[in-house]
Design a protein around this ligand. Sequence first.
Ligand code: NI
Length: 183
Amino acid sequence: MAILKVAKLGHPILRQVAAPIPPDQITGPDIQRLIADMFETMEEYGGVGLAAPQVHQSVRLLITEDIPDPEQEGEFLARRSVAINPEITFLTDEEVAFYEGCLSIPDFRGQVPRIRRIRVRGLDEKGRAFDREIEGFPAVVCQHEIDHLNGVIFLDRMRGLSTLAYQSEFDRFRAASAAGEPS
Ligand code: NI
């Protein structure tokens, strides 16, 4: 396994629409190595999610980290997962807004409105189809990562820039009142 270099804002790959992965390639060595390296990279940099274009691979693959339940010790809102060729459906008009960060925009946080509850269909790391409904922060992480597959970053989704903050000032003034993790 290897820690991969993360593409930073301004790298053109972050603005490309990523290509689907042929299902018969998922269990092959290239995709399996990419998945393992992406998990190692996400752990190294402390992200809660990572999309393949962020590690210079323009393919429709994302990973998400375990997301602990802040209200129940030892419980999780979502467990770590892999989504390949994911398709998203919005299940409500209701929005939530978290302060998001991004490993490709490392020193900033900004509040982003997202849909509160979504359905995601795709293939897992073994090429098996999944179909799940997710809500709240895990749904936010998933929307953030799927955006990366379409060349969209969280700055594009902000309603304005008034909540944009350096990480250091976010930690000083906002962290106590707003959740958010780099992804
Ligand atoms: Ni990101």
